[in-house]
Design a protein around this ligand. Structure first.
Ligand code: ZN
Length: 147
């Protein structure tokens, strides 16, 4: 076997290097919004921040903001998809109706209604919105109590 030497896969090598890389703080289940890597929680003087392997750093406040934006974006995206879905069901229902297949048409209309009902629930969720956290509650007072 000429030239069949086993070389380490650079990707694997990087992965194990990253695995062994000594990150400060405690690993979380959270994902870095910038690169999708895992986040470590870092606490300094009561302040919580997050950092990933490649060095993206976020304060707790900015992490929560990113998360809120992501939630809103995905809700809008799902709402739009449900409306598209209802439209497709309606179109096919109309075709079935013209072909005198009223049973299929009725079932498809029900599917359309179902998609629209779910879309309305999402619209309601988007209208309710979310309360912004008070920055004070995220970064508690660090001055020692002198009482
Ligand atoms: Zn990152």
């Amino acid at each position: 076997m000429p030239d069949e030497e086993i070389r380490p896969d650079p990707v694997e090598m990087n992965r194990s290097m990253l695995k062994n890389y000594d990150m400060p703080g405690k690993r979380t289940v959270l994902i870095c919004p910038e690169c999708g890597g895992p986040l470590w929680e870092i606490r300094r003087h009561n302040l919580i921040s997050f950092q990933c392997h490649v060095g993206h750093t976020l304060s707790l406040e900015s992490f929560l903001e990113e998360q809120a934006e992501e939630i809103e974006l995905s809700l809008w995206k799902t709402l739009r998809t449900l409306k598209d879905r209802a439209e497709i069901f309606r179109q096919i229902a109309a075709e079935r109706s013209q072909q005198d297949d009223s049973v299929a048409a009725q079932q498809l209309e029900m599917q359309a209604e179902n998609a629209l009902r779910r879309a309305e629930l999402l619209r309601h969720a988007l209208q309710v919105g979310e309360l912004k956290p008070d920055p004070e509650s995220l970064a508690p007072d660090q001055t020692p109590d002198l009482d």
